[in-house]
Design a protein around this ligand. Structure first.
Ligand code: ZN
Length: 55
């Protein structure tokens, strides 16, 4: 899954683990290193909700 960083707009790749569907994960942007919250779709096919942590 790829998504645009809410901070800098650069695209990041998130390796999807089916065990994480429906959960919230936090990862650091590979470009600007700021934390990004990602709500993974429960079925793994919907669009994840992306936001900058603390935004
Ligand atoms: Zn970024």
């Amino acid at each position: 899954m790829s998504f645009a960083c809410p901070w800098c707009g650069e695209h990041n790749e998130l390796p999807l683990d089916p065990g994480e569907f429906g959960q919230q994960v936090v990862m650091d942007c590979a470009v600007c290193c700021r934390p990004i919250e990602i709500d993974l779709p429960a079925d793994g096919e919907g669009q994840p909700a992306i936001r900058g942590e603390g935004q």
